[in-house]
Structures are given as structure tokens and as C-alpha cells.
Write a new protein. Structure first.
Length: 107
């Protein structure tokens, strides 16, 4: 079982949802939309680095473009292991919330 921090989980979900367009700015915008809070760009790159080292995401450097001052985008893609980790986490959340519901409604 691969355990993730909450920020790693959210960043991984954002990459999965962005399907091929996952780089810093769109990831940040999606996380801000979901949470209602602005995310510092640094708050995204730390979990990205951790996810990469855990082999849950791959990173690719796109060709440099003039609009970016000749720099390329670092694109992130979820790996098979990353998808498995998300499915595992979803099951854990569902089990935990089901247990909480039993406790709340059994009183």
C-alpha cells in the first residue's frame, strides 16, 4: 500500500483530471478551484517531486516555445502505479466514511 499526504493526493488527482495538460499553472488553478484557497506554486512542486520519486507520475519536458521565453513546459502524467494508488486511497476513504456514518447514525 502506498500512503500519500493529503497534498500529494490532491496533486495526483489534479494530474489525473487534467489528462495531458498537467503542468504547474493548470494544476494550481484546479486545486484552488477544488479547495477554495489559493495554492502557492511552491506548494505544488514539493508534492510533485515526491510523487515523481514514488514513481506515481512521469514528467516530460515539452519543446521550448517563444510565448514562454524559450522555455518548455514540464508536463506530468499519472503512471499505472499512480492510478492504483488513487484507487486504493478511494477505497480507504470510503471505508473510513462508512465507519463514521455507522457511528453517527447508530446513536
Amino acid at each position: 500500500m502506498i500512503l500519500l499526504s493529503r497534498s500529494e493526493e490532491l496533486v495526483l488527482l489534479a494530474i489525473w483530471n487534467l489528462k495531458g495538460n498537467a503542468y504547474g499553472i493548470p494544476i494550481r488553478e484546479l486545486l484552488s478551484k477544488w479547495t477554495g484557497h489559493d495554492w502557492a506554486i511552491g506548494a505544488i512542486y514539493k508534492p510533485l517531486k515526491q510523487l515523481y520519486h514514488k514513481r506515481l507520475v512521469e514528467q516530460f519536458l515539452c519543446e521550448p516555445v517563444a510565448e514562454r521565453g524559450g522555455r518548455g513546459k514540464q508536463i506530468y502524467k499519472i503512471t499505472q502505479l499512480g492510478e492504483e494508488a488513487l484507487n486504493e486511497i478511494k477505497k480507504i476513504h470510503e471505508l473510513a466514511w462508512n465507519e463514521k456514518s455507522k457511528t453517527i447514525f447508530s446513536k
